[in-house]
Write a protein that binds this ligand. Structure first.
Ligand code: MN
Length: 235
């Protein structure tokens, strides 16, 4: 078989501590909406609802290797580009109807990610009852740091998740404030879709989401996983 048009390359993310050239291949990007109580409240919700999901295209990743600074181009059509710092789960073993008790066997590693959002467009779509794609699934909307193999991660009670913009803290919380934990997310997600190796799950953002502009530097950090630095540059 041969393709009649050029096949797109497989998007990939660098892996912490891997041999040069080894990378994590991206299959799908799932995102959890409103998964921290204080963020759900700031978005006008009670913070007590079943998890819900949306997706970004796999090639929306903007991979940033350790020690490098990513360059995100300010996207078209928006005047309100928001940051959402999130713990990202990298799936190593696929499956469906995965019980929460077994879910961590399917996790290969974790990363620090930014669910960048064209908030004005997302809000327009919400008002009209239309899909969020244009607000969430645009080019470079998923800056992400190196995937860290789970054995090298130190996630636990009190693990901090922080985002600074130009050195000023905008978002700061703890991973155990997730309304739905990583195993619970995997249970719910795999009831709706068959998970596959290479899937990424953005697990939701804490409170403090706000806009960035060209020239801003975002520094995201999750203790026990790593950090991610991105500059917003003009298109
Ligand atoms: Mn998000």
């Amino acid at each position: 078989m041969s393709f009649v048009v050029p096949a797109a390359p497989i998007p990939s993310i660098p892996v912490k501590g891997a041999a040069a050239g080894d990378a994590f291949p991206v299959h799908r990007i799932y995102c959890v909406g409103r998964n921290y109580v204080e963020h759900a409240i700031e978005m006008g919700h009670s913070g007590r609802e079943a998890p819900f999901f949306f997706m970004k295209p796999a090639d929306a990743v903007l991979p940033v290797a350790e020690g490098e600074v990513g360059r995100m181009h300010y996207p078209s059509l928006t005047h309100s580009l928001h940051h959402e710092v999130e713990l990202v789960v990298a799936i190593g073993k696929g499956g469906r109807d995965i019980a929460a008790a077994d879910a961590l066997d399917h996790v290969w590693g974790y990363a620090v990610g930014l669910d960048m959002t064209r908030r004005d467009l997302q809000n327009d779509m919400k008002k009209q009852g239309r899909p969020w794609c244009i607000g969430k699934g645009f080019d470079e909307s998923a800056p992400i740091g190196a995937v860290v193999p789970k054995a090298l991660c130190g996630l636990g009670a009190g693990t901090k998740i922080v985002l600074e913009v130009n050195g000023v803290v905008r978002q700061a919380s703890e991973i155990d404030k997730l309304i739905w934990s990583v195993p619970e997310i995997i249970e719910h997600l795999s009831a709706a879709w068959t998970l596959a190796s290479g899937d990424l799950i953005f697990t939701g953002t804490p409170e403090g989401v706000a806009a960035v502009v060209v020239g801003d530097t975002l520094h995201a950090r999750i203790d026990g996983v790593g950090s991610l630095e991105v500059n917003v540059v003009a298109r």
